[in-house]
Design a protein around this ligand. Structure first.
Ligand code: F6P
Length: 492
């Protein structure tokens, strides 16, 4: 269907985060898949469609493996698309990525009561780095009308920069995090400029309709956008941008599932690795170590659960896997120590010589290992305080081909709008989450199966290929209209 809707179209993805990172370990180079929802979602699409993915080359061995044009064909084992790396100096990363994107826009867009920091110097770097990505896109484009998929809040100015240089391109921007209310967005010092950057897009996508509504309201209020509610579009100058909800998803079947042993083996091997008895019940949480993820709330809820239900002591363990992230920023650096302290405190309160109720793994895990943990668990907890979508929730469902296991899911994730068969909780309400843990552990298998079957059917059908299909079909429709308009123009 896509091939006929977009015959011969050139596809270019642009994001800050790259799908493959090369790192030096000892004397050799290892390949890592970053812990990133963006990568989990977009990579299967690129494998299927081919094209070029432009991203920051952040690994310390990335330079060593690219060709003269800074490209490498990936996936390395069986290449289907090109990865073009953009190199950023430490100063650029500090201002654009750590500063503006992650100390400014990230807390601005997530309701977690962390004050955003806005520095003129960061904004300057953000603009400069967006311009560097624009130059890379123009350099990579082989046609005058490529389809450019711009990803996330790091590159908000890129769409208009591309519109100026590739006026016939179809530019589709996807914002992977929540879009805040206009009042909150109004705190951003460069709000009109950022909006005008985004409004260079042909289409801008968000995970949910409410983020779309917030964006449209902000564009009307701060960028003098003319809003067409019927078409769900915003117009500035002579350009028009469609605003659409495309709930993102994962590949089905997910790559992490390939080669997984049966569930019973995963249960046995994970328990053996953790030194747990075979009958030990296991809950898991798997996230980047980010303050938006509600990891502390989750652990406190497990603590409450244990204090309210002492009959479970010695019979259940909660495994928290946390990948370090953005450690240049003080608040992230401190999280690891705080987490260790909380785990030590809870284990000190409930643990014994041979029983520690919380297990903590702070390191990067590759998708295979993540899926093995998910297949070994009795329940999975996603306790984000605010999250655009949260693909861990969808991955857990996809991992459970035995149709068992319980998902406990924060109501403040985009995923909660779709996965209503999870146990939906308010992560701020400790007792409610503790009760959900108890309910998950006591849930009879027929009920688990019924819920899991419904969630699996949903993730299977609303998978990332369908997401990409919807995005690209909207692009195809826009290109048709544009073609008709140009033909009319040529005739008159
Ligand atoms: O949630 C937004 C997002 O960009 C995701 O797409 C991704 O999972 C996460 O942040 C990763 O962040 P970073 O690229 O900073 O490691």
């Amino acid at each position: 269907m896509l091939a006929s809707a977009l015959p011969g179209a050139e596809i270019i993805v642009v994001s800050n985060r790259q799908p493959y990172v090369h790192k030096r370990r000892g004397g050799s180079i290892i390949l890592q898949r970053p812990a990133s929802g963006l990568v989990a979602a977009i990579e299967p699409v690129m494998r299927a469609c081919g094209g070029t993915w432009i991203a920051h080359g952040s690994g310390n061995a990335d330079h060593d493996v690219v060709d003269d044009a800074d490209r490498i064909e990936v996936p390395p084992a069986a290449p289907t698309y090109s990865l073009r790396r953009v190199w950023l100096s430490q100063e650029e990363q500090d201002g654009y990525y750590y500063g503006l994107a992650n100390e400014g826009l990230w807390p601005l867009c997530h309701i977690v009561f962390v004050r955003p920091t806005f520095r003129d110097s960061d904004w300057k770097q953000y603009r400069a780095v967006n311009a560097r990505f624009a130059a890379a896109v123009v350099q990579e484009a082989k046609s005058k009308d490529p389809i450019i998929l711009v990803q996330d809040y790091h590159l908000a100015l890129l769409p208009q920069m591309l519109r100026d240089r590739l006026p016939d391109a179809t530019i589709i921007t996807f914002w992977h995090i929540p879009w805040p209310s206009p009042d909150t967005f109004g705190l951003f010092p460069w709000r009109a400029e950022l909006l005008r950057g985004l409004l260079g897009s042909s289409v801008i996508g968000f995970h949910t309709q409410s983020y779309c509504n917030n964006f449209v309201a902000a564009a009307g209020k701060f960028a003098e956008g003319r809003i067409d509610r019927e078409r769900a579009s915003v117009a500035v100058a002579d350009g028009q941008t469609l605003v659409r909800a495309y709930p993102i998803s994962i590949g089905w079947p997910p790559a992490g599932l390939a080669g997984q042993p049966p569930i019973a083996n995963c249960r046995a091997s994970v328990r053996a690795r953790l030194g747990l008895r075979p009958a030990m019940r296991l809950g898991i949480g798997i996230e980047r170590l980010d303050y938006t993820k509600g990891i502390f709330d989750c652990l406190r809820a497990v603590e409450k659960f244990l204090s309210q239900n002492p009959e479970w002591l010695g019979r259940v363990v909660f495994l928290q896997v946390a990948a370090s992230t953005r450690k240049q920023i003080a608040i992230y650096r401190n999280l690891e120590q705080e987490l260790l302290d909380v785990v030590r405190e809870i284990n000190g309160r409930f643990g014994t010589a041979n029983y520690q109720p919380i297990r903590l793994v702070v390191r990067h895990c590759e998708p295979d290992e993540v899926f093995e943990f998910m297949r070994a668990a009795d329940f999975c907890m996603v306790s984000s305080l605010h999250d655009g979508m949260n693909l861990v929730a969808k991955e857990f469902v996809a991992a459970r081909d035995d149709e068992l296991g319980v998902l406990i899911l924060s109501e403040f994730t985009g995923a909660a709008e779709e996965l209503s068969d999870a146990l939906i909780v308010n992560p701020y309400h400790e007792r409610a989450v503790a009760d959900a843990v108890n309910r998950a552990l006591l849930m009879p298998e027929p009920e688990q199966r019924e819920r899991m079957q419904r969630m699996r059917a949903l993730v299977r059908s609303r998978n990332i290929y369908r997401w990409a299909g919807q995005v690209l079909l909207d692009a195809a429709e826009l290109r048709d209209r544009q073609g008709i308009r140009s033909a009319d123009f040529a005739r008159n």
